[in-house]
Design a protein around this ligand. Structure first.
Ligand code: CAA
Ligand code: NAI
Length: 315
């Protein structure tokens, strides 16, 4: 990418030590990828007082994300400051003042304490981005991926900062879901891991510690469950609608598995499943599904494209 060559000879100063941003000292963050997850992570960062730069390749994506973030912050303010609209307005304005959007990370990367990557679920793309960022980020900067399913270790080896690398896995919708999975690889230093846990708390999330195993905790259980539902419908044992109704009313889930798959994005679910199937071909829980493949092949990605297992009104 162009910015590496522009910057490698530039004034970005590499620190002489490899000490990470100290625990509780993550103030400036970059979120790479302004899609569903990146926008949510940037929003929560900004509304919890961090200085955030949201980076995407595409200015149109960024403009849409900014509008979505603004609407979501207003929703949060309405809920948190019921009966005190002026305090709510101050909250909205200070959160928005903490947020910048950019198609290039240069300026923000010179001082960032943390980079959280949330681009599409593709190993080569994530490695390429981190390799480029590694060449220009200061030594103190912690790198983390929000990957749903890829091994953090396979992404981290694109960089020279394995001790300052980890996973920070959020859940959709980020402003609402309270969990943050914090993942370490064997090389992650204790200081880095602690800084990530402390940052999770500063983001007002409940953190759980995870090893770098497929799907960490939640997705290792959730994705096979979703796929069991798809296989049940493929066999003709139940309808999509009935499975969703059953899991909501019989198991107390807020969404049925098909509603949730449409909400997550069927392209993302397919990326996850295909990656695991390639790595663990004998695991029946990770077997590809014709129904899912056909939907994705025909551009039906769920809510974001207007149709998946169900149809949605375009926003
Ligand atoms: C793939 C991966 O790697 C990992 C994943 O993310 S897996 C997916 C994990 N996510 C889930 O499982 C989500 C399951 N679904 C849910 O929890 C709920 O259906 C939901 C929170 C999404 C929506 O809940 P709902 O009750 O149907 O809708 P709604 O009434 O609009 O929203 C509920 C509350 O959340 C708030 N909210 C919802 N979306 C919001 C958003 N984008 N921004 C801000 N607030 C939001 C609303 O203000 C509302 O607050 P109150 O209850 O105080 O009024
Ligand atoms: N959708 C979900 O429910 C969840 C997804 N995740 C993970 O988060 C990541 C992102 O997922 P989504 O937000 O759903 O995807 P998305 O498709 O909504 O957004 C991805 C964004 O990355 C941008 N992008 C692509 N290449 C880029 C580059 N080189 N530089 C900067 N931006 C670039 C795209 O323009 C797009 O806006 C994936 O790894 C996914 O597995 C994690 C938790 C939940």
């Amino acid at each position: 990418m162009a910015f590496v060559s522009q910057l490698s000879a530039s004034t970005v100063r590499h620190l002489s030590t490899t000490s990470v941003a100290r625990a509780g000292q993550i103030h400036e963050m970059i979120v790479i990828g302004g899609g569903l997850m990146g926008a949510g992570i940037a929003q929560v960062g900004a509304q919890t007082g961090h200085k955030v730069t949201l980076v995407d390749l595409n200015q149109e994506v960024l403009d849409r994300s900014q509008a979505r973030i603004q609407a979501s912050i207003q929703r949060v303010a309405k809920k948190q400051f019921q009966g005190d609209p002026s305090a709510g307005e101050t909250f909205v304005q200070s959160a928005l003042a903490n947020l910048q959007i950019a198609t290039q990370p240069h300026a923000a990367l010179a001082t960032a304490d943390l980079v959280v990557e949330a681009v599409v679920e593709n190993l080569e793309l994530k490695r390429k981005i981190f390799q480029e960022y590694d060449a220009i980020a200061p030594a103190k900067t912690i790198f983390a991926s929000n990957t749903s399913s890829l091994p953090i270790g396979d992404i981290a080896t694109a960089t020279q900062r394995l001790d300052r690398f980890g996973g920070l896995h959020f859940f959709n919708p980020v402003p609402v879901m309270k969990l943050l999975e914090v993942i370490r690889i064997p090389e992650t230093s204790d200081a880095t891991f602690q800084a990530m846990l402390d940052w999770g708390q500063a983001m007002k999330k409940t953190t759980v510690k995870c090893q770098d195993t497929p799907g960490f905790i939640v997705n290792r259980i959730l994705v096979p469950t979703m796929m069991e539902a798809v296989r049940m419908v493929e066999r003709g044992d139940a309808s999509t609608r009935d499975v969703d109704t059953a899991m909501k009313l019989g198991a107390g889930h807020p969404m049925g598995p098909f509603e949730l798959a449409d909400y997550v994005g069927l392209d993302t679910v397919k990326f996850i499943l295909d990656g695991w199937h390639a790595k663990y071909p004998d695991q029946p829980l990770f077997k590809p599904s014709d129904m899912l493949n056909q939907l994705v092949d025909s551009g039906k990605f769920g809510i974001k494209s207007g149709e998946g297992f169900y149809k949605y009104e375009k926003k």
